[in-house]
Ligand binder design. Structure first.
Ligand code: DX5
Ligand code: ZN
Length: 218
């Protein structure tokens, strides 16, 4: 089995101390940093854009896992790539030309991911499997941290795992991931876990212990 990667979402961190929070993620033993980009249009919340990604980039060598919850996404892909994204994930629902968006991300030299909302069937990725590095299974409706985990996501992870076969594609899960929900997800085939509230509860001083609690649970 591939090693479990933890990608803490800075959405749950203290935005007045973002730089320190990103450092706390790295020293706390995380593998990736998950950056949630929301536009108030595709999702009912607004977060931050390329300037913030660019400002955080020099602070860590960790993989910048950029989750775009924006529509349209295509006009912004180059800017997120230049700002320091290593992996750019677009939602299957965000535009009519998923194939083109993935081509653009790969042409920019970045890894490409597709996110699936809870109501989106895994068949949405059937014809792009050879263009992606990651499938992001949303286990809450995107827009906010701290929501309740949707248990049907576990079966979806297993179905995505079966679809990808032996292709080198990560399966990432995002929403309500915590020590109680992580084990079933990993068993079903997830190898990247995004976690916001469960990593930042208790503040930066608790981050390392919270990450360890997820690893220990699986
Ligand atoms: C939700 C975001 C998530 C969010 C997860 O739209 O995509 O990354 O930060 O937060 P928790 O882990 O608190 O559910
Ligand atoms: Zn996310």
């Amino acid at each position: 089995a591939s090693p479990l990667l933890i990608s803490p979402s800075i959405l749950a961190s203290d935005f007045s101390r973002l730089g320190e929070e990103v450092r706390a993620i790295e020293t706390g033993g995380a593998d990736w940093v998950h950056l949630d980009i929301m536009d108030g249009h595709f999702v009912p919340n607004i977060t931050f854009g390329p300037p913030v990604v660019r400002a955080l980039r020099p602070l860590t060598k960790a993989v910048f896992d950029v989750h775009l919850m924006i529509t349209p996404a295509d006009p912004f892909l180059a800017e997120f790539a230049e700002a320091g994204a290593d992996l750019i994930t677009v939602h299957a629902e965000a535009g009519p030309h998923l194939h083109r968006s993935l081509q653009t991300i790969r042409h920019l030299g970045k890894k490409a991911g597709v996110a699936l909302n809870p109501s989106t069937p895994e068949s949405a990725i059937a014809y792009v499997l050879d263009m992606i590095d990651l499938v992001l299974v949303m286990s809450v409706n995107p827009g906010f941290g701290g929501q309740t985990f949707i248990p049907e996501s576990i079966d979806k992870v297993a179905r995505v795992k079966a679809m990808i076969g032996d292709r080198p594609i990560h399966i990432e899960v995002d929403g309500g991931v915590a020590p109680d929900t992580a084990p079933a997800l990993v068993k079903a085939g997830a190898d990247v876990l995004v976690a916001g509230s469960s990593v930042f509860k208790g503040g930066s001083a608790a981050v390392a212990g919270n990450i360890r609690a997820i690893r220990d649970a699986v």
